[in-house]
Design a protein around this ligand. Structure first.
Ligand code: FEO
Length: 591
């Protein structure tokens, strides 16, 4: 095989900062070409943390040569420069397309220009999607679970690269496949098991450093398809030993494989318990529908409710009908006003499968020529459906506030779905224990947080009473934040926030204001006196007794709250004579 550079870093054009490409050997005759996107926006829903991402592709050189995935179009020049350093693109026999989302398929057209004879190996659905994406003929082989492709034996290494494929629909696109190389015991999973984390580490050397991103990514992309994850795990379990999971985003998994796989198994089992779920429909490859549906699904998951994402384009008629009919809530996007007969057929099936006991909600897909959302909402209301939240409109390119609004609407829906269970849990606590726990007191605080990215700003606030000093040096505190709180998204590791300490003499108006139920996306600070640019983490309430400017250091996951440990970087007291408002309770089964 061709010699592999130990590390080739090719910066892109200077005006696009912090993009680079890395190439490393990962197994016999196998290298990864990783496109490192250090600054990818955290405001795309699943990029919730602040660590950028990578797009990983792979080159396997048996007797035949196969490339697994390409890269994002933003790496057009640098990715091909590195690829050509490894192999003449005309010598590549196969391009294996794990799925057709543009972050991995963005350079397929360019590759076809260089090598029109390359054979594309993909699922049947992916080949259909790709035809619309590249607008040119190409050779292809559609594969499904159990199909194999023998790349033959590399004459230098003597290793035979025999590939076996697994269908993994919905992880996270409907057209996804995994590929397993028997010669190197490497499983290529693209989005599944991935994480958005950009570093020069090719492998998962540091479990603790990447675990929060691994978890967050699962919650956003895989959790809404937990049943599909379990199906894929069953198929993986039948494979011979796996030495490496070669993911499409972030470091490759090798040194903590059992932990990562067990995480997926446990989280997916937890999220598949019970029969009640919300079906969130979307249209892949249409406007912002995919990302917006993910935001709603993530919000539903935050409320610990089950959710199932359903691609209206790629789900077969029978499955679509039963998934919709059995759901307790159905969320529907607007669709293209000029849709083809297949999509019209799916929409007909969707509408026919609705039943009157379900909650319903609609959202703008923002695809450019959508059916009007009001007409859709009225059509569904006329069927007798009860609305879970008001129609979510999108009037300009979705930004962080749009995603926040969609996520919060999802959380409202999740809370509605879980209402009965939440009340039952509250009542199930032993009476004496309940009263004893209620004797634990805390102060009263308003946590505020705001973050800016380019022209977009997110901010939020909540009342907190479970706040406690937790260290002297450095000064630190913990705050417990319920998992379904909107502000939780702004309190990831590295984020900043402010604890506003309420004054026992004037806290009641602030308490009433922040305890209100805000509609999705509402400005929590409207009508409140705030001081901007005093603290780094967020607004300071002008009527607060004191404030503490904090940075999140660690997060500990509890059953229904995140325990957030933060370093206090600065603080100030407005009135040295006044006392902190105290929260006395009678019972411990709610705040
Ligand atoms: Fe990483 Fe589904 O694309």
């Amino acid at each position: 095989m061709a010699a592999i550079n130990s590390s080739a870093t090719v910066p892109n054009s200077p005006e696009i900062s912090r993009l680079s490409v890395q190439c490393e050997a990962i197994a016999t005759d196998t290298c990864t070409i990783r496109s490192l996107d250090w600054d990818r926006s955290r405001f795309d829903i699943e990029f919730g943390l602040r660590n950028g991402t990578t797009y990983n592709s792979f080159l396997i050189q048996g007797a035949k040569k196969a490339l697994i995935d390409t890269s994002h179009i933003k790496f057009q020049k640098s990715w091909f420069d590195v690829l050509k350093h490894q192999i003449n693109p005309t010598k590549i026999d196969y391009l294996i397309v794990s799925h057709t989302e543009p972050d991995h398929s963005g350079l397929i057209s360019d590759l076809l220009n260089l090598n029109p004879k390359i054979k594309i190996i993909a699922s049947k659905v992916a080949i259909q999607f790709l035809a619309n994406q590249v607008h040119r003929p190409f050779e292809s082989i559609a594969i499904k679970t159990g199909d194999k492709l023998d790349l033959g034996t590399n004459p230098l290494s003597g290793v035979q690269h025999h590939l076996e494929f697994i269908s993994a629909p919905n992880l996270h696109w409907p057209d996804t496949i995994f590929s397993y190389d028997h010669g190197t015991e490497t499983l290529y999973t693209c989005d599944a098991f991935g994480l958005h984390y950009c570093s020069n580490d090719v492998f998962d050397n540091n479990h603790n450093a990447i675990a929060p991103d691994f978890r967050f990514y699962y919650e956003c992309l895989m959790g809404p398809n937990a049943r599909s994850v379990l199906q894929a795990l069953k198929r993986i379990d039948k494979l011979p030993p796996i030495k490496t999971i070669a993911v499409g985003h972030g470091p490759l998994l090798r040194y903590h494989l059992d932990l990562w796989i067990n995480d997926y198994r446990k989280w997916s089992n937890d999220r598949s318990k019970g029969e009640r779920y919300a079906a969130v429909c979307y249209l892949s490859q249409y406007g912002f529908c995919d990302r917006l549906s993910q935001a709603i699904a993530h919000g539903i998951g935050k409320a610990n409710a089950q959710v199932q994402l359903i691609d209206l384009r790629a789900t077969d008629a029978q499955e679509l009908s039963s998934l919709i009919n059995e759901a307790q809530a159905v969320v529907v996007p607007t669709w293209p006003s000029k849709s083809n007969s297949e999509l019209q057929n799916s929409i007909g099936i969707l509408l026919a499968a609705l039943n009157q006991k379900q909650l319903i909600a609609v959202y703008d897909a923002f695809g450019g020529n959508d059916e009007p959302i009001d007409a859709l909402a009225n059509q569904l209301r006329s069927l007798g459906q009860k609305e879970a939240f008001s129609p979510l409109r999108v009037k300009q390119t979705p930004d962080s506030n749009t995603f926040q609004e969609f996520e919060e609407a999802g959380t409202d829906l999740g809370q509605l779905l879980n209402k009965k269970e939440s009340i039952a849990t509250m009542k199930s606590m032993d009476n004496e224990l309940d009263k004893a726990l209620g004797r634990i007191t805390g102060g009263l605080y308003v946590v505020t947080a705001s973050q800016k990215k380019e022209h977009s700003k997110r901010s939020s606030a909540m009342i907190a009473s479970w706040v406690s000093q937790a260290s002297f040096n450095p000064p630190g505190l913990t705050v417990a934040v319920a998992k379904d709180r909107a502000i939780e998204a702004l309190m990831q590791v590295g984020d900043q926030f402010v604890i506003n300490v309420l004054n026992e003499n004037n806290y009641q108006p602030l308490l009433r204001h922040f305890l209100k139920r805000f509609p999705p996306g509402a400005d929590r600070f409207s009508g409140i006196n705030i001081l901007e640019n005093v603290a780094k983490g967020g607004p300071v309430l002008a009527d607060a007794l004191a404030f503490l400017d904090c940075r999140v250091e660690k997060r500990l996951e509890g059953p229904d709250h995140w325990i957030i440990y933060a370093i206090v970087e600065q603080g100030n007291v407005a009135n040295a004579e006044a006392n902190t408002a105290v929260h006395f309770r009678k019972v411990g089964n709610h705040y």
